[in-house]
Write a protein that binds this ligand. Structure first.
Ligand code: DGL
Length: 284
């Protein structure tokens, strides 16, 4: 079983790409709706919440957990992978957790994560890349640092969209979402000094839900990188190298858990599909 985690609904954008790519693979999703949004919380709190949810998914039999959340990945992934997990019995039993920043950086730089120095021709790439994310993701600086390591001539413009994930979770009206997207894009364009933005990373898994609004307001020549598809590509590669995490079974969609109110989460999830996926309450 593979687990997918997000602070709320955003990870469903990743889950949808994964279930399309691996139709035989059982997935369990956990949305921490009791604590969403994560994006403006202190880092230590995000680390504790992410660890608790990863452990909850481990306990449900997910040997591999994908953090379907940029904030959790940017703030907590390294700590969980390098400090917490090795000190637990989970590690000895082969449980693992992977984040979504690395595959996104790989796609943006066309450079494998393991390669951390500029290679030809990326060395000479002079693109301008805009990254939109939560306060904590942008404050972590992880996208800018990791992209520049591989492509030092690339300009990374980082734009905080502090209210957007929360507004999506709250089911805000399209006009309000559009205003928040427009404000974010204006900020990025101003930071770029009006120069062209070649690519945009929607560095929050909630944002693909309003990708049409980003598309509407970004210059037509700006390419939006689709993080859910990137994560599916990356998981495919990971599973080909670690096939023991793969399991086959006839599955009728993923099982969705929430730490919050299942009816509310299911109702909000209708933003993804008319008849909406159903959440169950997560209980230990
Ligand atoms: N979906 C999350 C992300 O990718 C977090 C949004 C939030 O909880 O603030 O950053």
């Amino acid at each position: 079983m593979i687990g997918v985690f997000d602070s709320g609904l955003g990870g469903l954008t990743v889950l949808a790409a994964l279930t399309r790519r691996f139709p035989e693979q059982p997935f369990i999703y956990l949305g921490d709706h009791a604590h969403v949004p994560y994006g403006n919380r202190p880092s230590e709190e995000i680390i504790d919440l992410t660890r608790a949810s990863v452990e909850a998914l481990f306990r449900r039999g997910c040997k591999l957990v994908v953090l379907g959340c940029n904030t959790a990945t940017a703030v907590a992934a390294r700590r969980l992978q390098q400090t917490w997990l090795p000190a637990t019995l989970w590690k000895a039993d082969g449980y693992n957790v992977v984040g979504i920043v690395a595959p996104t950086v790989e796609a943006a730089t066309q450079t494998p994560w393991a390669v951390t120095t500029p290679q030809y021709p990326q060395k000479f790439l002079t693109d301008r890349i805009a990254v939109f994310g939560t306060t904590r993701t942008i404050a972590s600086n992880v996208y800018a640092e990791e992209i520049r390591k591989r492509c030092p001539k690339v300009t990374v413009v980082q734009q905080v969209c502090s209210e957007l994930a929360g507004a999506i979770e709250q089911g805000a009206k399209e006009v309000e979402l559009e205003r928040l997207v427009q404000t974010g894009i204006d900020g990025a364009v101003a930071q770029a000094g009006g120069e062209a933005l070649h690519r945009a990373i929607l560095g929050c898994t909630h944002f693909p839900l309003v990708e049409h609004l980003f598309r509407r307001h970004l210059p037509p020549a700006t390419r939006i990188l689709s993080q859910p598809e990137i994560v599916a590509d990356s998981l495919e590669d990971y599973l080909s190298r670690h096939p023991h995490y793969r399991s086959n079974g006839s599955v009728e969609g993923a099982v969705l858990f929430t730490t919050g109110d299942p009816d509310e989460a299911s109702e909000r999830a209708r933003i993804f599909a008319g008849d909406g996926p159903r959440f169950r309450r997560y209980e230990d």
